[in-house]
Design a protein. Structure first.
Length: 230
């Protein structure tokens, strides 16, 4: 609620900032709260680091099921549960208190939401699997949290970032986790992302890149992995 009032004050002093109106800004505020759980914006959500430290990863790497896809299926189940248990309550609260906007295209938003979870997983999988080669992954997790919260739009909408910083932020994978699905929800994708098709293509591109890097890192871990226990 405090964050919503801050955004209301900002948009009342700067009407139309970033192409949003006050209603869009308030809706964005509660959407980002709803995204925290499904997208795991503060990091974590995967069991891989614990299994690497215990040595159980050695068994995971020789199972017939691909480690990355198996982990993705678990993460999609977690995201679906948190969308209902952690995502809907703040959104409904915002609707009751501030009258937030309904989605411009509900079906497109749901597709965008699933792609956002996949992009989030792709990034978190890379950070988690890095524990195969570092003895302490806490530094990586802190770095991941800072990058994700700043460049995703979780702190402030990326549409108000100025100049080259805004262009850079909107081209990075973290934008696909929060800013893009929020813009699709609000119907504010416009020319900035090439319309709905451009927004979905942007998410698909980063999902493919991150999953590809994850597959390569998994193959490297299968060839040589240093475990800390077991």
């Amino acid at each position: 609620m405090l964050r919503a009032y801050v955004l209301i004050a900002l948009w009342e002093s700067r009407p139309g900032l970033g192409g949003y109106d006050v209603g869009d800004a308030v809706t964005f505020c509660f959407l980002t709260q709803a995204f925290i759980g499904p997208m795991q914006l503060f990091g974590g959500g995967l069991e891989l680091p614990r299994r690497i430290r215990s040595g159980d990863i050695a068994l995971d790497l020789v199972r017939p099921a691909p480690l990355q896809m198996w982990t993705l299926s678990e993460d999609l189940g977690r995201a679906a549960y948190l969308f209902l248990a952690r995502g809907l309550p703040p959104t409904l609260a915002g609707a009751l208190l501030f009258g937030i906007e309904p989605p411009a295209e509900a079906a497109a938003f749901l597709v965008c939401l699933v792609l956002a979870v996949v992009v989030s997983f792709g990034w978190r999988y890379l950070i988690a699997l890095a524990a195969c080669w570092v003895l302490d992954d806490r530094g990586l997790n802190v770095m991941s949290m800072v990058l994700t919260t700043f460049f995703s739009g979780m702190m402030l909408p990326l549409v108000i970032f100025p100049g080259w910083l805004g262009s850079l932020a909107r081209s990075l994978p973290w934008a696909a986790m929060v800013q893009v699905p929020a813009d699709v929800y609000l119907g504010r994708i416009g020319d900035r992302t090439g319309g709905l098709a451009g927004a979905l293509a942007f998410q698909c591109l980063w999902a493919a890149v991150l999953l590809g890097l994850g597959a390569a890192l998994t193959a490297a871990a299968r060839r040589k992995v240093v475990i800390q226990g077991g």
